[in-house]
Design a protein around this ligand. Structure first.
Ligand code: SF4
Length: 302
């Protein structure tokens, strides 16, 4: 009997990743090469292709030759890096996703207005490192990821406080932390924003919808992709019994599929379509599968 293989929509790049990749390709076509200090998107296979096309990665902005082109990632960068790039007379290609850019602008405005800013996010992620650069200093900006971090927040009595969130975390985790902040800080601004983007929400919603009818969920995306890790977290907290996150079909252990009658493939927003197609072909070569696309925005649970 065929194993039903649900390919969860959306598949392929989100608009922010597609934009950054297109920008990089255009620049490479006209300039031959462009320097980066951070991967422009978080997918290993895609970045391998980009290096082949002429992207050059350096560990610090100082290593970019004066007058060359530099591209900033979809996660954004700090105002300080923009300023230093201008000093070096670099041609700046700003790959910041417009959704991320909007959060940066809002954080900057609210900080300038004197509000204390709480950012729910992973403090080592480039999006959060950049976002902190648009806020005030350490006495007015606080990054929290989990409940333990919230316990360390100071007393905000008499202060105006607002929260913002990373765009790519597990939606249920973010909701939990927001509710905790509302409990702890009764005066927290009602204008606070959950900035989890639609690309993140839609992909997690697809996992939650399909989890009751499949035995196994394969998350296709790189370890360093926050979006992929959030999909993995969403799957692990769903009713499905087995979950694995892989970068490509080469990491899939077929033994994990021995007792599986239906599975779902969820893809991160930076996973190229070719990587998805390779996984489907690999499954098709090794077992009898029936592939069905599933989009919870269009279909009810299968
Ligand atoms: S995952 Fe969301 S925030 Fe990140 S690049 Fe895509 S659309 Fe933009």
């Amino acid at each position: 009997m065929s194993v039903i293989c649900y390919l969860l929509s959306p598949v392929g790049f989100c608009s922010g990743v597609a934009r950054a990749v297109d920008m990089a390709k255009q620049v490479l076509k006209f300039c031959g090469n462009v320097y980066i200090t951070e991967d422009i998107v978080h997918n290993k296979a895609l970045m391998r292709d980009m290096y082949g096309l002429g992207i050059i990665k350096v560990s610090a902005l100082e290593e970019v030759p004066d007058g060359a082109s530099v591209m900033f990632s979809a996660h954004g960068t700090t105002p300080e890096v923009f300023a230093r790039s201008e000093e070096k007379e670099l041609t700046i290609i700003d790959g910041t996703c417009p959704v991320v850019k909007a959060v940066q602008i809002a954080v900057k405005e609210q900080s300038k207005a004197g509000k204390k800013i709480i950012i729910i996010g992973n403090r080592t992620h480039p999006e959060i490192i950049a976002l902190k650069g648009y806020a005030g200093g350490p006495s007015s900006t606080f990054v929290v990821y989990d409940e333990g971090d919230c316990d360390l927040l100071p007393d905000f009595s008499g202060e105006e406080v607002m929260y913002f969130t990373q765009t790519t975390l597990d939606a249920q985790h973010v909701e939990r932390i927001i509710n905790l902040l509302k409990e702890k800080i009764p005066n927290i601004s009602r204008e606070s924003r959950n900035n989890t983007c639609y690309a993140t929400l839609d992909r997690q919603a697809a996992i939650r919808s399909v989890s009751e009818v499949v035995d196994f969920i394969i998350v296709l995306g790189s370890t360093y992709s926050a979006n992929a890790r959030a999909l993995e977290e969403a799957a692990k907290h769903s009713s499905v019994k087995k979950v694995v996150r892989i970068d490509s079909e080469q990491e899939l252990d077929l033994a994990m599929l021995s007792d599986v009658s239906s599975l779902a493939i969820a893809t991160a927003s930076s996973t190229p379509r070719s990587v998805v197609d390779n996984l489907v072909s690999f499954l098709d070569q090794n077992m009898e599968i029936e592939v069905r696309e599933f989009d919870p925005r269009l279909n009810s649970v299968p």
